[in-house]
Design a protein around this ligand. Structure first.
Ligand SMILES: Cc1cc2nc3c(=O)[nH]c(=O)nc-3n(C[C@H](O)[C@H](O)[C@H](O)COP(=O)(O)O)c2cc1C
Ligand code: SF4
Ligand code: FES
Length: 582
C-alpha cells in the first residue's frame, strides 16, 4: 500500500542531519527540491486557511480537486507550507485510494475517472461484465476505468461513479451516455431542510436540554431504557457510552462516523439524503450531554451528494444561531474502508493514515487530539431526538421478543425490491425477504449475509433466526451494520466468499501482519478452487487472535461459516481464478 519516497529526514525547512564527520558536506539539501512555482500554486489553493496538520487530508483534496492528481512537486511544496516532513505528506497521500500521486516522469491520470463498484451485490448484478465493456468502449487517454469498493448504493446495483456523479442500475449504454453528456456533479436529492424541520417541531428537544428542562441523567436513563445501541456495527449501549465519556475530565470532543463502508450497507446515506437534521439534532444533544466542545463529522468521499447537503445544512445551522461557527467541522474521507473503525477515523481526522490504534486506552478516554471523545454512528444519533420526545417505551416496544427498537435493514441481492427496510430488531431474514417483495423471478433463496462482508454467510435453513446483536454468535456470525445480502440457487458460494475476502485484502490497512498477510493468504487459498479446510481454520485462528482491529478479526467469518454450512457445495467446487459466473 505504501511507497517510499526520498525525504530529507528532518523536516522541510531543516538542514540535512549531519550523520557523521567522515561524510562530505553536501552543497544542497537532500531529497526532492522545492519548486518555487509549485509553492506559489499550493499557497493560492490553500488561501487563508490555517496550516493545521490535521487539515492535511483536506488540503490534499483541494489540490487533487484542482489538478486532478497530486504531483510530487506539489506534495513537496505542501510539506514546506505545512512544515511537515515530506515523508509524512507522502505516506498520507498514498494511503487513500482517492488520491492519485504522480511522481516525476509519470503520466497523470486522464481527465475522467469511472469507478465501477465490484463489491458483492454489484458483482452479483454484473459488475465484471460492465467493467470489461467500459474498458473496451472508452479511450484510455481520456477515461480511466477503475474497480472500486461498495458505494453504498447496493439497492440500485450495479453502480458506477463518473467523477462525482453516480449511475444507478448501470449498463454500458447508460454509463456511456452519461459520460458523453459531460455531467460529473452529483444529483442532490430533495430533502427536509432546516426551515421545514423547524416548522415540524425540530430542535425542540435540544432547546429543552439547553434550557435545563431535561437533565443529563434522565437522557442516559431514557436511552438505556429504550435499548438504543450503536448502529455502526458494534451495538454498544448508547446511554452507557455517554456516561463513560462524561466521566472523563473535560475538555471533551465528539465525532460522528459517516464512513459507511461495510459492503451491503446504505442506511446512513438513506437518512442523510432525506432528513439530515434528525442526525444533527441527535448529535447536538449528545454533544450537550457530554459537554463536547466541537463535533467532527467524518463523511465518506463516496457520498458527494451527502457531503453537499451536510455542508449546506451546517452553514444554515450557523446562520440560524443554533450552533456557533465551527462547532461542527465536516471532514471528507478519501476512500479507505478502514477509516470507519473509530480509532482509524480519529487518526484520519488528525491528518494521518487510517491506522487503527491499539487499545486500551479507548477513545472514550484518549480519543481525538488526545481528548476524551464520544463517537457515534449517523443512524444511532438519528434516533435520539425521537426517543427523547416520544419516550423510551415507544422505541423499545418496536422490537420483537427480547430485542428492542426498530432497525434499518439495508437489503440487497436477489430480492425484488431492495432498499432500506425499517423493521423490528429480532426480525428474521425470511421476513425481510418478504418485506422486500420476495425473491427475484427465477431465483430460489439459498443463503444470506446477515451483517455485510464481516458477519459471515448463513444458509436459507437458518433464515428464521431472530436477527439482533448477539443472536448469531453461536453460528459464528453477527448482524453488525444490519446489511442483508440475499443469494439464490444461481449463486456460487465460493465466488461470494472470494469476493468478500478480496475486499478485505484490498482494504486491510497493512499495519499488522496477521491481517495483512492473512487476507492475502486467504485469497490465495480460496482462489485454488478446492478449499483446504484445515489450513483455512488455522489461518482464521491466527487472524482472530492476533489482528489489531475488527477488520482482521472478522475477515475469516465468511470462509469459516461457509465451511460450516456449505461444505457439500464447496467440495464440488473446482473453480479457480476470478469467478464471474453468477
Ligand atoms: C473495520 C471496521 C469498519 C467500521 N466501519 C464503520 C462505519 O463505516 N461506520 C460506523 O458508524 N461504524 C463503523 N465501525 C464501528 C466503529 O468502530 C464504532 O464502533 C462506531 O462508529 C461507534 O458508533 P455507534 O456506537 O453509534 O455504533 C467499523 C468498525 C470496524 C472494525
Ligand atoms: S487488523 Fe488489518 S485493518 Fe486492522 S490494524 Fe491490522 S492490518 Fe490494519
Ligand atoms: S454499491 Fe456495489 S455492492 Fe454496494
Amino acid at each position: 500500500m505504501e511507497e517510499k519516497v526520498a525525504g530529507n529526514g528532518g523536516g522541510p525547512d531543516r538542514p540535512a542531519r549531519n550523520v557523521g564527520s567522515r561524510k562530505r558536506a553536501r552543497g544542497f539539501p537532500k531529497g526532492r527540491q522545492l519548486d518555487a512555482e509549485a509553492l506559489r500554486e499550493v499557497r493560492k489553493i490553500l488561501g487563508a486557511r490555517q496550516r493545521r496538520p490535521d487539515l492535511l487530508i483536506e488540503f490534499l483534496h483541494l489540490i487533487q480537486d484542482h489538478y486532478g492528481h497530486l504531483s510530487a512537486r506539489h506534495l513537496r511544496a505542501l510539506s514546506t507550507e505545512m512544515r511537515l516532513p515530506q515523508a509524512a505528506v507522502y505516506e498520507v497521500a498514498t494511503f487513500y485510494s482517492h488520491f492519485d500521486v504522480v511522481k516525476e516522469g509519470e503520466t497523470p491520470p486522464p481527465p475522467t475517472t469511472i469507478r465501477v463498484c465490484d463489491s458483492i451485490t454489484c458483482e452479483l448484478k454484473g459488475a465484471d461484465a460492465l467493467l470489461a465493456a467500459l474498458k473496451n468502449d472508452t479511450d484510455p487517454s481520456e477515461v480511466r476505468v477503475l474497480r472500486a469498493p461498495c458505494m453504498g448504493r447496493c439497492d440500485t446495483a450495479p453502480v458506477c461513479e463518473i467523477g462525482h456523479l453516480h449511475v444507478d442500475h448501470a449498463t454500458p449504454k447508460s454509463v456511456l451516455e452519461t459520460l458523453h453528456s459531460g455531467r460529473r456533479e452529483p444529483v442532490i436529492p430533495s430533502y427536509e431542510g432546516l426551515s421545514a424541520y423547524l416548522a415540524d417541531g425540530g430542535y425542540s428537544v435540544l432547546q429543552s436540554c439547553r434550557a435545563g428542562r431535561i437533565s443529563f441523567e434522565s437522557i442516559v436513563n431514557d436511552l438505556t431504557e429504550a435499548g438504543l445501541r450503536g448502529l455502526g456495527g458494534a451495538g454498544f449501549p448508547t446511554g452507557r457510552k455517554w456516561n463513560i465519556v462524561r466521566g472523563y475530565p473535560a475538555p471533551r470532543l465528539m465525532t460522528i462516523n459517516g464512513d459507511e463502508g461495510e459492503p451491503g450497507t446504505f442506511k446512513d446515506r438513506y437518512y442523510l439524503e432525506r432528513e439530515p437534521h434528525r442526525m444533527f439534532e441527535g448529535a447536538l444533544i449528545a454533544a450537550w450531554a457530554v459537554e463536547a466542545e466541537t463535533i467532527y463529522l467524518y463523511m465518506r468521499d463516496e457520498y458527494p451528494a451527502v457531503l453537499h447537503i451536510l455542508a449546506h445544512e451546517i452553514a444554515a445551522l450557523e446562520s440560524a444561531g443554533i450552533i456557533s461557527k465551527g462547532q461542527i467541522e465536516l471532514r471528507r474521507g478519501a476512500g479507505a474502508y478502514i477509516c470507519g473503525e473509530e480509532s482509524a477515523m480519529i487518526e484520519s481526522i488528525e491528518g494521518r493514515r487510517g491506522y487503527p490504534r491499539n487499545r486500551p486506552p479507548y477513545i472514550a478516554e484518549v480519543g481525538l487530539f488526545g481528548k476524551p471523545t464520544l463517537n457515534q454512528n449517523v443512524e444511532t444519533l438519528h434516533w435520539v431526538p425521537e426517543i427523547l420526545a416520544k419516550g423510551p417505551k415507544w422505541f423499545a416496544e418496536q422490537g420483537v421478543g427480547e430485542a428492542k427498537g426498530p432497525r434499518s435493514w439495508s437489503v440487497s441481492g436477489r430480492v425484488k425490491k431492495p432498499g432500506v427496510i425499517l423493521a423490528p430488531a429480532g426480525v428474521t431474514a425470511r421476513e425481510l425477504i418478504e418485506r422486500s417483495g420476495g425473491m427475484e423471478e427465477g431465483h430460489i433463496f439459498k443463503a444470506y449475509l446477515p451483517g455485510g462482508a464481516s458477519g459471515g454467510i448463513l444458509p436459507a435453513s437458518l433464515a428464521d433466526l431472530p436477527l439482533d446483536f448477539g443472536t448469531l454468535d453461536k453460528y459464528g456470525s453477527f448482524v453488525g451494520s444490519h446489511a442483508i445480502v440475499i443469494f439464490s440457487h444461481r449463486d456460487n458460494i465460493s465466488a461470494v466468499v472470494l469476493n468478500l475476502l478480496r475486499f478485505f485484502k484490498d482494504e486491510s490497512c497493512g499495519q499488522c501482519t496477521p491481517c495483512r498477510v492473512g487476507c492475502d493468504k486467504a485469497v490465495a487459498l480460496l482462489e485454488r478452487g478446492k478449499w483446504d479446510g484445515e489450513l483455512l481454520d488455522e489461518l482464521a485462528q491466527t487472524m482472530r487472535d492476533a489482528s489489531i482491529c475488527g477488520l482482521g478479526q472478522a475477515a475469516p467469518n465468511a470462509f469459516i461459516t461457509a465451511l460450516e454450512h456449505f461444505s457439500d457445495e464447496l467440495a464440488r467446487t473446482e473453480v479457480a481464478g476470478r469467478p464471474d459466473r453468477y
